[in-house]
Every structure is written in structure tokens, then in C-alpha cells.
Write a protein that binds this ligand. Structure first.
Ligand SMILES: Nc1ncnc2c1ncn2[C@@H]1O[C@H](COP(=O)(O)OP(=O)(O)OP(=O)(O)O)[C@@H](O)[C@H]1O
Ligand SMILES: [Mg+2]
Length: 310
């Protein structure tokens, strides 16, 4: 499969400060790539270089095979982007806004308006003035606007910023439809990994201008699962811990009347029936799962310890 976007050793200097440092990644057709990192990590600057909004210090960006620097028009014609807040006219209706922008792209774009309005679920409010829209509706209209030129690549900088949980779910559903049904490749940035958990296929974690992790969401979930612990409350915790160590070679912590051990859900039943067979009474079982958010901070802090920050 050919990549839709190839970012290679992308670097940005502001004066002596390297705010984006050798960022490299590729995104393939229909993938949703989550670009995640804390405030000031370099997400917007990277996105601004990808979309030609700010000059590249060194490295390269290719969209659909075209260099954003050497072949700007061809590269950018494949992109729809909402960088920071969407630029909308509040005193016009959503529909008028779309018509106005579609006029830039020609008749084909105007014809697509109805279809796009449906895609972003705005049919009921599209004739209302934008000034009466909620933040979520403005974001959806921004996406509609970015879809007018039928882009292969949709770039959204923090589109869930300020949305409530409901708005985040709606946004997720829209993006999944665009990626899976319309085969649009999407980059979405956020400072919150958990927010993107159910949206993205791949995550690029950026900190201090560097990509510190580049993993599929599936692998990230495996990392979370690998850190899973189970707490068994029982009558003889010392004995139970000894049994688990001997039979399964599992390191156990004894906490009050319980043992805590690293255990996948799939192996829980066999451990429980073994302990019961050995006359240990189990009163209750608690799953201790490190959340995605904890993993995120672990990764960021690990990086902080190992990196020389520019
Ligand atoms: N025009 C500029 N001149 C100088 N420094 C800048 C400029 N724009 C951004 N920076 C710096 O570059 C770094 C990265 O900023 P950037 O906006 O890319 O971060 P971000 O990951 O998008 O953060 P946020 O989550 O706050 O949006 C920051 O330290 C910022 O202060
Ligand atoms: Mg930003």
C-alpha cells in the first residue's frame, strides 16, 4: 500500500530553539493517525509545516507523492485541513459558509455540499446562523468545509478541544465514517491519548519536538493489558502467594488479606481453580488496570529521563 503522507526528518527551528526535531512518520490510505503530546510538544508546528503554513527548516513532507515545498499546488490540492479554530462567518448560515468556500473550488464542490452536510450530521441546523452554533457544531462545519475539495488527507489540529464527552463521541463517529467509508486518511492531534483511544488506528506520541512512540492502537492496548494486575482477597494470602510463585512463577505482593499478581484475564480462571483446589478460599477478585492515561504519563516521563532536551 502506498503512503498518503510521508514526513521525513522534519525539523523546525525558531531562533536557536528546535521545536520540531527530526520527526519521521508515514500514514497509509484510510488510516487515522493520532498525533498526541502535551502543550508545546510541537504538534501544531508539525501540522503547519505539513500544510505549508510555515516554512520547513529541514526535512521533507510528501503528500500523495508530491513535495509540499517543490510541488505545493499538487500536494495541497489533496489536503483538507482545520488548523486551530475553523474560520467561519458567524453572521451567515452554515450552508452559506459552505457555498462561499465551495465557490473557490468550482462546481463539483458546490454539488457535494448536501452529501457533506449529511456526512457530518448537520442536516437539521445547516440553515441556522453559525453564531447560534455550539462549539461541536462549529467544529463539524469546519470539517465539512475541509471536505469540499474531496481531499485524500484530512488534517485536524485538536478538533475535540473544548468538546464535551458527547461531542467527542460524535466527532469520533464522523471521523470513523470518513476513514472507513470515504477512504479518507486522517491526522488528528490531541493532548489527550485517552480521547483518541477509540478513534485512531495508529498513535504518534510527540514530546519536546521528538516522536517518542509510534505504535498501532492495538499495540498500545497490549501494553496496557501487559501492565494489568489482579488482586485476590483470600483467607491465607501468604500460602496463596507461595503457591502462585511455585506453580506459575508469578511475583506476588501480599497486601493485607490479599495477594496482587500480574495476570491476564485469560489465565485468571486456572489460577483461581488451582488455589481453590489447594483449599484457599477466595472471597473476591479485583482487576487493577493501569489506565491509558497512566501509560501516557509513564511514556512521557520515561522520555524525559532519557532525552537531552534541546
Ligand atoms: N511563531 C513561533 N515563534 C517562536 N516559538 C514558537 C512559535 N510557534 C510555536 N512556538 C514554540 O514551539 C513550541 C511548539 O509549539 P506548538 O504550538 O507546535 O505546540 P503544540 O504541541 O501544538 O501545543 P498545544 O497543545 O499547546 O497546541 C512551543 O514551545 C512554542 O512556544
Ligand atoms: Mg497546538
Amino acid at each position: 500500500m502506498k503512503p498518503v503522507l510521508v514526513v521525513n526528518n522534519l525539523t523546525k527551528m525558531y531562533g536557536q530553539k528546535k521545536v520540531v526535531n527530526n520527526v519521521t512518520f508515514s500514514i497509509f490510505e484510510g488510516q487515522i493517525f493520532g498525533f498526541v503530546g502535551p502543550n508545546g510538544a510541537g504538534k501544531s508546528t508539525t501540522i503547519r509545516m505539513i500544510t505549508g503554513l510555515t516554512p520547513i527548516t529541514s526535512g521533507s513532507v510528501r503528500i500523495g507523492g508530491y513535495s509540499i515545498e517543490k510541488n505545493f499546488t499538487k500536494a495541497i490540492s489533496q489536503v483538507g485541513a482545520v488548523v486551530e479554530t475553523p474560520q467561519l462567518y458567524g453572521y451567515l448560515s452554515g450552508l452559506k459558509n459552505l457555498k462561499l468556500f465551495a465557490a473557490f473550488y468550482g462546481k463539483a464542490a458546490t454539488k457535494r455540499i448536501d452529501e457533506i452536510v449529511k456526512l457530518v450530521g448537520m442536516e437539521n441546523r445547516i440553515r441556522d446562523k453559525v453564531s447560534t452554533y455550539s462549539l461541536g457544531m462549529k467544529q463539524r462545519l469546519g470539517i465539512a468545509q475541509a471536505l469540499l475539495n474531496k481531499p485524500k488527507l484530512l488534517i485536524l489540529d485538536e478538533p475535540t478541544n473544548g468538546l464535551d464527552p458527547n461531542g467527542i463521541v460524535e466527532m469520533r463517529n464522523i471521523l470513523r465514517v470518513l476513514a472507513k467509508k470515504e477512504k479518507i486518511t486522517i491526522i488528528i492531534s490531541s493532548h489527550n491519548l485517552a480521547e483518541l483511544e477509540h478513534t485512531c488506528d495508529v498513535i504518534g506520541l510527540i514530546n519536546n519536538g521528538r516522536i517518542i512512540e509510534h505504535k498501532s492502537m492495538e499495540d498500545i492496548n497490549k501494553l496496557v493489558e501487559a501492565r494489568q494486575r489482579v488482586q485476590l482477597f483470600c483467607n491465607y494470602p501468604n500460602y496463596a502467594a507461595m503457591l502462585c510463585k511455585k506453580k506459575y512463577n508469578l511475583p506476588c505482593n501480599i497486601v493485607g488479606n490479599s495477594i496482587i499478581l500480574p495476570l491476564k484475564e485469560a489465565n485468571l480462571a486456572s489460577v483461581v481453580s488451582f488455589l481453590t483446589y489447594k483449599k484457599v478460599k477466595i472471597f473476591s477478585i479485583k482487576k487493577i488496570q493501569k489506565s491509558l492515561e497512566e501509560l501516557y504519563f509513564e511514556l512521557l516521563n520515561g522520555n524525559r529521563k532519557n532525552s537531552s532536551i534541546v
